[in-house]
Design a protein around this ligand. Structure first.
Ligand code: SF4
Ligand code: SF4
Length: 418
């Protein structure tokens, strides 16, 4: 039974009551039991008991889970469906001796390696995007807004020095950039640096930083995830820093929480992991809790109505909800409005959007509807993957709203000082 042995007690705790069903967006979209938390849990239990083999239907049930954690919140018995799915993916990886199919394994290997990722983006930047732009019908390939996807002219980390200093710094902050901000949304990375420097922080951007390891971890490749986690921890702790800031909720939950689980079996290294995790802050959490935002420096700009999307990793993993809203409310002439189901998953969920694109697109469609119904002109959020997914959904629906990071709006409020 292997990996599933570790979660067997939790598998048995599920009493099949079904309270989690309406919380699960894959079930609400697909309406088949294996696409629900209860269905997934019962399948995992049957596999653990040797009653079934991992066939395609089983793998689809496990791999289509968004890992959004909504079932864990809804369950009165404390069963964490997302953790059980994670264990099932780890079990699948071990049974098969690797991640299947090849395309998924290739994508995860590319993400894990900075040089491979850079080659991939260089290809997309130089040739791929031009070719794609000329192919009719490829606008929304498998639900992803390929033509609309921004690509940085060159990686953010090649645009900035490793140390950005200010006069009389109050803090030394290391910036964990993450793959999306480095290669796609470099403007948001610049916004983060601007906010930090405007608030008297030296910014250190370690050039040897790598992917946090979450994509590989989410599909059970704990070996690669651990390798990248160790590189990340050592890359940042060798710097003289007070804090580590990330503007990606997904990276944030990996850096702050999952690293502790990943290294639970290495008691000698765990203190170093804890030292690192204690320094990690998500961007708006850092702004609200670690610096005194001087609101008098924020200038009025064009009035704008803004709503906020809670990324799954932000709201249910890091449990950060009020801080981004407080940051937004501190911006003059910004009218904040809540959308319905602000914490509903956007449908991206890493590679789920590529491998279960119809399901993912249906989930994104509901998010887009909630945004349009809110009457907001701008959607702020805290995760680059959500930004790209939601902007694609809005474009696909023929709507006009712009999706930005909380950091972008805050940085813009300092604009008139430049
Ligand atoms: S996971 Fe929790 S809510 Fe869902 S069926 Fe099992 S016990 Fe009930
Ligand atoms: S983590 Fe999300 S998608 Fe997966 S079973 Fe739970 S509610 Fe459904």
């Amino acid at each position: 039974m292997g990996v599933l042995n570790d979660v067997y007690e939790m598998l048995n705790t599920c009493n099949k009551c079904g309270f989690c069903l309406t919380a699960c967006k894959t079930y609400k979209t697909d309406l088949r039991e294996p696409m629900s938390p209860r269905g997934r849990i019962q399948l995992i239990k049957k596999l653990a008991d040797g009653v079934i083999e991992p066939d395609k239907d089983y793998e689809d049930a496990i791999n289509s889970c968004l890992l959004c954690g909504e079932c864990a919140v809804a369950c009165p018995s404390g069963v964490r469906g997302n953790d059980l799915v994670l264990a099932a993916r780890r079990d699948l990886k071990l049974r098969k001796g690797g991640i299947k199919p090849f395309t998924k394994s290739f994508a995860l290997k590319t993400l894990a390696s900075p040089s491979r990722l850079e080659h991939g983006f260089n290809l997309f930047r130089g040739v791929g995007k031009g070719i794609l732009n000329r192919i009719d019908g490829l606008d929304y390939f498998r639900g992803v807004d390929v033509k609309g996807m921004p690509v940085a002219k060159k990686p953010f980390m090649d645009q900035v020095p490793e140390h950005i200093t200010v006069n009389n710094p109050k803090k030394k902050v290391a910036f964990f950039v993450g793959c999306f901000l480095n290669h796609s949304l470099d403007g948001t990375a610049h916004s983060v640096v601007k906010v930090l420097t405007k608030n008297d922080c030296d910014v250190i951007i370690p050039k040897d930083q790598v992917c946090c390891g979450l994509p590989q971890y989410a599909y059970g490749d704990f070996e690669t995830a651990k390798e990248n986690a160790r590189k990340t921890i050592e890359s940042f702790l060798k710097k003289d820093i007070d804090s580590v800031v990330t503007a990606c909720a997904s990276c944030g939950s990996m850096l702050k929480e999952e690293y502790l689980k990943l290294f639970a079996d290495e008691p000698n290294y765990l203190p170093r992991v804890k030292e690192f995790c204690a320094k990690v802050f998500e961007f708006s959490q850092f702004v609200e809790e670690e610096i005194e935002l001087d609101k008098s420096k924020l200038k009025s700009h064009t009035p704008v109505k803004v709503t906020y999307h809670d990324p799954c990793h932000m709201v249910r993993h890091l449990k950060i909800t009020s801080q981004p809203r407080q940051v937004l409310r501190s911006i003059p002439r910004l009218e904040f409005t809540e959308m319905n189901e602000a914490n509903r998953c956007c449908g991206a969920s890493g590679l789920v959007q590529a491998f279960y694109h119809e399901l993912s697109t249906d989930i994104t469609r509901q998010k887009t509807k909630n945004i349009v119904d809110s009457g907001a002109e701008v959607v702020a959020t805290s995760c680059p993957a959500c930004m790209l997914r939601i902007q694609g959904g809005i474009n696909f629906a023929g709507q006009k709203q712009k999706v930005v990071h909380v950091a972008d709006l805050l940085a813009k409020a300092y604009k008139s000082e430049n």
